[in-house]
Design a protein around this ligand. Structure first.
Ligand code: ARG
Length: 274
């Protein structure tokens, strides 16, 4: 429990610094190894490591509902003027004009990007740092891009997912200018519980390569969507990037908010936004 809280506080601090570099926070996370081993950030960074962690660049328009949030998180357009992100990416609920959502581009320096300010934030009711890691951000204006539907039942909580974001491309790595994506296989609750005793089954679902590691979301990807295609071949959001011990470690999958469990709450909350 202690370690998890530490990990989350560190992750929160990382989010605040995300526009620059997450190396100090990343190093602290590396230090919080569960075997007490003293792996340093520099030893880690000496390893070969490609993108998001282990991914590739997304094409312009491939995931048109992806947004980057100014506090250093990701999100997805639930409505054209409502972003679904993680509760741990926001400070609480209420009027809030301090967040900028950037949409319409894979390259954050692309002059075609659309920047829109927030007007209001709704953090999941009852959120206390464990489970329930979702939040909605109302935008001052719509971003004219397709929205990403959310999973309304658990049927799609299996198979291979995709996760995308502008977060670090390795543990302790830098935020990315270009959107990265990676495919991560579902990890069942029993297996994930073995990796993380604190897992909130039902509210969280896990994905990654348990045996080899090497593929994952990472700091700065938080709040972004994990998604897959449904029977009709349409993208559906099944997860929200939430937490993990380090990034892409073998035996330590990524943990995601189980969107289907909160679908009714999310829909109602979106309808109630000002
Ligand atoms: N909490 C992190 C953030 O704020 C996301 C960490 C995801 N970690 C992972 N190993 N999948 O950006």
């Amino acid at each position: 429990m202690q370690k998890k809280l530490l990990g989350r506080i560190v992750a929160g601090a990382a989010v605040a610094l995300a526009a620059i570099s997450l190396t100090p926070a990343g190093a602290a996370v590396v230090g919080a190894d569960d075997k007490g081993s003293s792996v340093t950030a520099s030893e880690k960074s000496g390893k070969p490591s490609p993108k998001i962690v282990g991914g590739t660049k997304a094409e312009q328009g491939e995931f048109p509902w992806m947004v980057r949030l100014s506090m250093g998180c990701g999100g997805a357009l639930f409505e054209k003027d409502v972003v679904l992100t993680a509760a741990h990416c926001v400070d609480g609920s209420g009027e809030n004009t301090s967040i900028t959502a950037t949409g319409g581009v894979v390259d954050l320096e692309d002059s075609n990007k659309v920047d829109v300010k927030s007007t209001e934030v709704l953090q999941a009711p009852g959120y206390n740092g464990t489970g329930k890691d979702w939040a909605l951000i109302k935008l001052a204006e719509p971003i004219d891009q397709p929205t990403l539907p959310i999973a309304e039942d658990a049927n799609l909580n299996e198979g291979d997912f995709t996760v995308a974001g502008w977060g670090a491309d390795k543990e302790g790595g830098e935020q990315q200018q270009h959107l990265l994506k990676v495919d991560v296989p579902f990890v069942d609750d029993a297996t994930c519980k073995g990796a993380y005793a604190e897992l909130v089954e039902g509210e969280e679902l896990c994905a990654g390569d348990m045996e080899a590691g090497g593929i994952d979301s990472c700091q700065g990807d938080s709040g972004g969507p994990m998604f897959r295609k449904d029977e009709a071949g349409e993208f559906v959001q099944v997860g929200i990037v939430s937490w993990g011990e380090g990034c892409a470690r073998a035996g330590k999958p990524g943990v995601y908010t189980e969107v289907s469990n909160f679908a009714a709450d999310i829909k109602k909350a979106a309808a109630d936004l000002g």
